[in-house]
Structure formats: C-alpha cells, structure tokens
Ligand binder design. Structure first.
Ligand SMILES: Cc1cc2nc3c(=O)[nH]c(=O)nc-3n(C[C@H](O)[C@H](O)[C@H](O)COP(=O)(O)O)c2cc1C
Length: 171
C-alpha cells in the first residue's frame, strides 16, 4: 500500500496521457474510492458516470464548450468520471469535491494520472442540462458537480509549491 502522505505530497494534475487503456478492475477501484468518501449526514448522494473517451457524449460536450479548442477538455484521457449529486442537498458540492479528490489520490496510488475538471459546468448545467443529465445517466433530481479524467501519464509534473506563511493563520 502506498503511503497516503507520499501520494498527497507527489500528486499533480496530469494533462497528457498515453493510449494505454485503464483495466476494468482499476476503474472499479477508482469508482469505489469515490463512493467511500464521507458525505454530509452520511447521505451518500454522489453518483458516478464512467465515460470512455470515444463515447459521442464527450465530443458533444466539447462541441458545446469550445469547438475550436486545440486540446479537448478531457485531454484525450481514456476515461472520464462525471460526479452528479442531488441538486437540492446543500452539501452536494462539498461532498462531490471530497469524492473526486479521493479518486484523484487513488489514481496516483494506482500509478495513474488524473485531472479534476470543472470547466464543463456551464454546458452541463446550462440550457441543455436535462438533455445531458439523461445522456450521462444522472439519477432524477441530480445535476453535474465535477468530473475527473484518468489515464496513464505521458508527462511528468512537479507538485505546486505551497506558501505556508501567506495561507495559514495560527492563533
Ligand atoms: C474544482 C476544480 C476544477 C478544476 N477544473 C479544471 C479544468 O476544467 N481543467 C483543467 O485542466 N484543470 C482543472 N483543475 C485542475 C487545476 O487547474 C489544478 O489543480 C491547479 O492548476 C493546480 O495544479 P496541480 O493540481 O497540479 O497542483 C481543476 C481543479 C479543481 C480543484
């Protein structure tokens, strides 16, 4: 088992992937990492939709987001996981954030790279919200909160530096 702090201290967002597919058991492990995250009042309201890079919904989202972009929003990663949750529960956004970070760290621990994605928010929660919710298999009353693309890294990236003095207050 990889040490948790080592994973936290060495992770970074990966935006370039090899073509190597993610095995099914690894995919399952990532989904379970998301579902094992804590949720407010143990509501367990997070739903995860697993989408392969060649699924037409990826191209449709890209088209609505930015048809002229040089790089697509999922960086050609083999898998993208969409996290949706109850749109009327006040902690859904926080819970989705915790779940997606669990998946980001689990990916690193399993030897994969990943990047958390928020940029599709205006498309997935915009005028085609209901259409996308159906296409992505969200449960009734659920909306998109965040996503994560995952694959084998084709690049190396150093962790970002932190500024303890600026960002911490000790009373
Ligand atoms: C809520 C959230 C949304 C993000 N959305 C995107 C995104 O849409 N596209 C992207 O390339 N990176 C996205 N990122 C990754 C951040 O850009 C990245 O974490 C930040 O630049 C720091 O880099 P690091 O993760 O390598 O330390 C997102 C991160 C978070 C936490």
């Amino acid at each position: 088992m990889t040490d948790c702090l080592e994973v936290i201290n060495t992770r970074s967002s990966i935006r370039k992937y090899t073509d190597q597919p993610v095995p099914e058991d690894v995919c399952r492990c990532l989904v379970e990492a998301g579902l094992k995250a804590p949720t407010a009042a143990n509501k367990q309201e997070i739903h995860i939709t697993v989408v392969g890079k060649d699924n037409p919904v990826q191209a449709e989202i890209q088209q609505d987001l930015n048809p002229n972009a040089e790089v697509n929003f999922y960086y050609d990663a083999p898998l993208t996981f969409y996290l949706s949750a109850d749109e009327n529960f006040k902690w859904s956004g926080v819970d989705a954030g915790i779940a997606v970070e669990n998946m980001h760290l689990a990916a690193k621990a399993l030897g994969l790279g990943s990047v958390i994605l928020g940029c599709m928010e205006r498309v997935l929660n915009g005028e085609k919200k209901a259409e996308y919710a159906k296409k992505l298999g969200f449960p009734e009353g659920y909306q998109y909160f965040v996503a994560i693309s995952v694959g084998y890294a084709d690049t190396e990236k150093q962790p970002h530096p932190i500024n303890f003095e600026r960002d911490v207050t000790v009373l």
